[in-house]
Design a protein around this ligand. Structure first.
Ligand code: HEM
Length: 431
């Protein structure tokens, strides 16, 4: 039995909820409502035209990182990643004369990769692998300019405020660190491999390099969204959309984590070259669960990340979980007609992209990982990330702090503070 006090409390909460919904509905009519909302602090006081300029620039930076990651994938797939034997922060000029090429090639000939796997390579073949590694590094360094030069220009016009400046500085720092992580990864490939093993970079360092690349990409895409659409569609579309979005968020957040974990497990497939084993589907060389899943050579935890059979089996299972999760979210989303149109669009696109990504993964495996399909599969993972971020942004609820901001925008600070203290006191007294 609920006490009369409890009933009075719940009717008070219901009426508060109704009041809050009405406040959200009126949100759009408040002159500076956008600035009262959290993400809008990045672009407070800017005109729509100025925001568009910033958004286009940040979109270009995101696309630049996308290409950078795909070129990195091609570098790995063409086995070019160990062709350059040194690293300078400021960049390396490629050899320009036949003598310089010979000298560079001679340095490469000292590496375990050349000695163990590339004996007999011609200088022309060396130029090809050098080109990809150099291109990847240069594209990465150019990203620094693509970020820094327009940032300086926009700052000189007063378009970059403190919060946006701090965000950009953090992203810039992450980008710089990414270069160092890349070299730390490459260096592991110059070490003598274990007996009978092919020289290659540490799988863990490679996974780390890709994970940080995905993090930078995601942070850039998110910042672009915040600048382009400072008030997320949920807030602008009214209370029904906010409610439908809140229902979807409960499932979308864990699913985003599953997509991230699936992508990370893919890095281990790539790092171990596990895509060139068990090239059958849906079984793995005639078995549903590979008998080589547990290796006697490896302790349990390392087995999960280093044993080819385990690594590939885990990636398959995680991919199926992602597919089932996206299908479930999609069909649930269809039962929520009040969702903002942007959310519906992202949800539909996410469902199509996931089905395509799984098909691409299977095709890549069945065809022994050709460069084109391997690179497309990596790009496909980033497309999934982008669509998931778009979905999360378009169903993002106003944070609870945002509710106070809404109230402040409508009634002013003093009235909101008095109301909060009053309501708080009443609730405490009731229990
Ligand atoms: C939602 C589903 C999937 C996601 C998000 C995903 C993601 C990834 C990622 C991020 C990589 C690393 C790429 C790289 O570092 O170059 C990868 C590699 C790989 N994935 Fe998937 N994958 C999915 C489904 C599948 C499926 C169903 C299969 C096959 C049954 C598959 C087979 C492979 C193979 C063979 C590689 C190694 C390719 C290489 O060596 O470049 N993937 N995956």
């Amino acid at each position: 039995m609920r006490s009369p006090q409890g009933m009075a409390g719940s009717s008070l909460l219901r009426s508060l909820g109704r009041r809050m919904k009405a406040t959200v509905t009126e949100f759009r009519s408040i002159p500076n409502a956008a600035e009262a909302y959290g993400p809008a602090v990045l672009t407070a006081g800017l005109t729509p035209g100025q925001r568009r300029q910033l958004a286009v620039w940040l979109g270009v930076c995101s696309a630049w990182v996308f290409v950078l990651v795909v070129v990195g994938g091609i570098t790995r797939l063409t086995r070019s990643g160990l062709s350059m034997t040194s690293w300078k922060f400021t960049g390396e000029k490629p050899p320009s004369t036949p003598e310089e090429w010979e000298a560079e090639f001679a340095r490469y000939k000292q590496t375990p990769e050349y000695i163990k796997t590339n004996q007999g390579m011609t200088v022309e073949e060396f130029k090809f692998i050098y080109f990809w590694e150099w291109g990847h590094r240069m594209w990465g360094r150019a990203l620094g300019l693509v970020v820094a030069l327009p940032a300086a220009y926009f700052a000189s016009r007063g378009l970059i405020n403190g919060p946006l400046g701090r965000r950009l500085a953090l992203l810039f720092l992450m980008g710089g660190t990414q270069g160092l992580v890349g070299w730390w990864m490459v260096r592991s490939g110059f070490q003598e491999p274990e007996e009978n093993q092919v020289p290659r970079v540490s799988t863990y360092r490679m996974a780390g390099h890709l994970a940080t690349a995905f993090t930078i990409f995601s942070a850039l895409v998110w910042t672009t969204l915040q600048v382009a659409i400072p008030v997320p569609p949920t807030v602008a579309a009214g209370p029904e959309a906010a409610y439908a979005s809140r229902l979807l968020t409960r499932f979308a957040h864990p699913l985003a984590a599953i997509i991230g974990i699936t992508a990370m497990s893919g890095c281990f497939v790539a790092g171990k070259d596990a895509g060139r084993a068990y090239n059958t589907w849906p079984d793995m060389n005639g078995e549903w669960f590979p008998s080589e899943y547990f290796s006697e050579r490896l302790p349990a935890l390392r087995n999960l990340f280093e044993n080819t059979a385990a690594v590939q089996f885990n990636h398959r299972m995680l991919a199926y979980t992602t597919l089932a999760g996206v299908a479930t979210l999609w069909s649930y989303g269809r039962q929520l007609p009040a969702l903002p149109p942007a959310a519906k669009l992202c949800l539909n696109a996410l469902a199509v992209a996931t089905a395509a990504q799984v098909t691409l993964g299977i095709t890549t495996l069945l065809t022994y990982v050709p460069v084109s399909l391997g690179a497309a599969h990596q790009g496909g993972a980033m497309v999934l990330f982008t669509l998931m971020l778009g979905l999360l942004y378009s169903i993002k609820p106003a944070p609870s702090l945002g509710t106070f901001r809404l109230l402040i925008a409508k009634y002013g600070q003093a009235a909101t503070a008095a109301a909060v203290v009053g309501i708080g006191g009443t609730v405490v007294n009731m229990h």
